[in-house]
Design a protein around this ligand. Structure first.
Ligand SMILES: NC(=O)c1ccc[n+]([C@@H]2O[C@H](COP(=O)([O-])OP(=O)(O)OC[C@H]3O[C@@H](n4cnc5c(N)ncnc54)[C@H](OP(=O)(O)O)[C@@H]3O)[C@@H](O)[C@H]2O)c1
Length: 316
């Protein structure tokens, strides 16, 4: 990939896709190609083939997917399996048939077995049963990464897959039921401060440990991967350190300026005690994250405050 490469970011309106666009633009890549879902429905194979035949794309960043929380995943498994299989099959096959040499496919850490040793290494893939609640999504993501491997093996393409940890940052999903844990906690804490509450409800015991990476660090890791020659396969992308949910909540309270106590809702399940990716494969290429968790949370809170009215949430 060079500064003049024609780079297609699929899913550029999403959290990951928009971070990729920011990262590419700041680094001087200027042939950035995007299509909204209205302009190009990636479920439509004929349209996807025609788009690739016309655009002469050098690099695809495949960050379009049907994404959702536990509730959406467990109530719509057919949609998660079907739409993700079709989007990734259409894009990967069209990229190959139109001669695109490089592609990055975005998976998720839920592809790994539910009871994996920690931290989770790339080679734990397909060594055990998956988490039941998002099995359909995980199966589709595993098929996508295997498709990348297969095209690279059979046809010599450079189709890589990345498995990011929990992400946060601009364009996050702040929905209290279906959003990401860090984003939902920012919103709950802000609203607790506005309403003068004495305590902040936190789901579960607060003891599970999770890893969080700012989405701009994800973009920088992906661009570092594309800059490295002679690499192939699957790469975990994470922060390298985890934090207990209770400590995360305290950090968010501090950033938001909420001085009440934490109230743990033990009726909510904790989930797996720890989920941390092993990032040594990526670290060996010389990449490491640069956005400290506290700084990233402060920037995300500022982004939340800038967009709170547009999102229709309480702001004053
Ligand atoms: N966010 C995380 O914490 C996280 C963590 C690990 C991995 N990932 C992975 O990163 C990828 C992107 O996630 P995200 O958080 O950026 O999700 P997101 O914010 O929901 O963005 C997904 C994008 O895909 C687009 N899309 C979906 N179906 C489409 C279709 N049929 N045609 C065209 N576009 C379509 C959406 O378009 P609309 O805007 O029109 O709906 C949206 O812009 C996913 O594969 C996800 O698994 C995310």
């Amino acid at each position: 990939m060079n500064k003049g490469s024609r780079i297609y970011v699929a899913g550029h309106n999403g959290m990951v896709g928009s971070a990729l666009l920011r990262g590419l633009a700041t680094r001087g890549y200027h042939h950035l190609i995007t299509r909204s879902r209205q302009e190009l429905d990636l479920l439509d194979q004929r349209a996807v083939m025609a788009f690739f035949a016309q655009e002469n794309i050098d690099v695809v960043l495949l960050a379009a997917a049907k994404v959702g929380g536990i509730h959406a995943n467990s109530t719509q498994p057919a949609s998660f399996l079907y739409e993700n299989l079709v989007i990734e099959s259409n894009v990967i096959h069209a990229a190959f048939t139109s001669g695109t040499p490089e592609l990055v496919f975005f998976g998720s850490s839920c592809i790994y077995p539910k009871h994996c040793p920690q931290p989770i290494r790339e080679d734990y893939l397909l060594t055990g049963a998956l988490e039941q609640t998002n099995e359909a999504y995980a199966i589709a993501k595993i098929a996508g990464l295997k498709l990348c491997e297969a095209y690279s093996q059979q046809h010599g393409t450079r189709y890589l897959s990345v498995m990011p940890t929990n992400l946060y940052g601009p364009n996050d999903n702040y929905d209290l039921q279906n959003g990401h844990v860090l984003a939902a906690l920012i919103r709950k804490t802000h609203e607790a401060k506005l309403n003068g509450l004495q305590s902040l409800p936190v789901w579960g015991s607060g003891s599970p440990r999770r890893e969080f990476l700012h989405v701009d660090d994800l973009a920088s890791a992906v661009l570092a991967l594309l800059d490295s020659d002679h690499i192939e396969g699957l790469f975990n992308i994470g922060f390298g350190k985890d934090i207990a949910i209770a400590d995360l909540a305290r950090l968010i309270c501090d950033v938001v300026g909420f001085s009440g106590s934490l109230e743990f809702d033990l009726s909510r399940p904790d989930g797996t005690p720890r989920k941390l990716l092993d990032v040594s494969k990526l670290a060996a290429l010389g990449w490491s994250p640069t956005i400290a968790l506290r700084d990233g949370i402060a920037a995300t809170y500022a982004d939340y405050m800038n967009n709170v009215q547009r999102m229709g949430y309480a702001d004053a």
